[in-house]
Design a protein around this ligand. Structure first.
Ligand SMILES: O=P(O)(O)O[C@@H]1C[C@H](O)[C@@H](CO)O1
Ligand code: GUN
Length: 293
């Protein structure tokens, strides 16, 4: 009934992977971080690192995209225990959506309560500039519209309910905290809020598609994150997510601009440090405020 590739990720399989990891580190993370394209530098900030290459972790897929190192790093960020995916998986790599979201369930079984995700995205909102950081307030899951939702298949109640609510997908207190921390750090000029829309990729959008997504209410477009968010919310973890606007999408037939992965990685290099600083400061504040954790 379900594709072969989706088999083998039962609760027990996820538990086996989580237990395998926990047996090799004393770090018990409460915060799980997923780094987007070119944004893996955050993992380097972790102290007392215990790192695993994805190829060595039972059941883990492999990273195949430039800018996604393929390491799971445990460590502490300003004293708080974290686990960080230095590289994520995408639909366009050929993995089933249930497979690319497996690490999120492993986060849950490791004891993670809050998930922080970053991504690189194209700006649809005409007020956005390259280098802007967008606090994600909501998403449009276009692969999900077509039935490609990570929760398709038998539901295991140990993870969550059959029909999870998504109207509160992005934790409102964490969004506010993100905006406050960004202002305190002096990022006001390039800190935005908005709606992220995910497509399957790997082709970038046509002009007509960008115009349509803009009309639908999306502020930024990418190829990830929403599947991870659905799985994180299904199993009750809180979510905070940031997009780095790495390029302006092309909306005009007279434009000579062409989206490409190199400019995406380049924008990550230019704004990476500020993204890392925002996330690490968020992590500190989550620790200091018991209402968040
Ligand atoms: O993993 P993210 O969503 O940051 O990666 C984006 C989407 C594509 O994988 C890639 C395009 O340049 O960057
Ligand atoms: N789909 C999509 N993903 C991106 N990731 C970074 N920029 C873009 C973009 O313009 N479109």
């Amino acid at each position: 009934m379900f594709p072969e590739a989706n088999k083998g990720y039962s609760y027990d399989d996820c538990k086996a992977t989580a237990d395998w990891l926990l047996a090799q580190t004393d770090i018990q993370p409460r915060v799980g971080i997923v780094c987007g394209s070119g944004l893996g530098g955050l993992a380097e900030m972790l102290k007392d690192q215990v790192a695993f290459n994805y190829k060595d972790i039972p059941n883990f897929p492999q990273s195949t995209v430039h800018g996604h190192a393929g390491r799971l790093v445990f460590g502490t960020l300003k004293g708080r225990a974290c686990v960080c995916m230095q590289g994520r998986f995408h639909l366009y790599e050929g993995y089933a959506v249930q497979r690319i979201t497996l690490p999120i369930r492993i986060f849950k079984l490791l004891g993670v309560e809050t998930v922080i995700l970053t991504n690189a995205a194209g700006g649809l909102n005409e007020d956005f500039k390259v280098g802007d950081i967008m606090v994600i307030k909501d998403h449009i899951n276009l692969p999900g519209f077509a039935g490609n939702n990570p929760l398709v298949g038998p539901n295991d109640e140990r993870f969550g309910v059959r029909f999870p609510c998504m109207s509160d997908a992005y934790d409102r207190e964490l969004q506010q905290l993100g905006m406050d921390v960004g202002q305190e750090l002096g990022y006001g000029d390039f800190l935005k809020e908005g709606v992220y829309c995910a497509l399957g990729g790997p082709s970038f959008e046509t002009i007509a598609e960008c115009r349509m997504l803009h009309k639908l209410g999306a502020d930024a477009v990418g190829m990830s994150t929403v599947h991870e968010v659905v799985v994180a919310r299904h199993c009750g973890m809180r979510v905070f997510a940031l997009s780095l606007i790495t390029n302006q999408v092309v909306m005009d037939y007279d434009s000579e601009e062409k989206a490409n992965h190199e400019e995406v990685l380049q924008a990550g290099k230019q704004r990476g440090l500020q993204m890392e600083h925002l996330v690490s400061t968020m992590v500190t504040r989550i620790e200091h405020n018991n209402s968040y954790i």
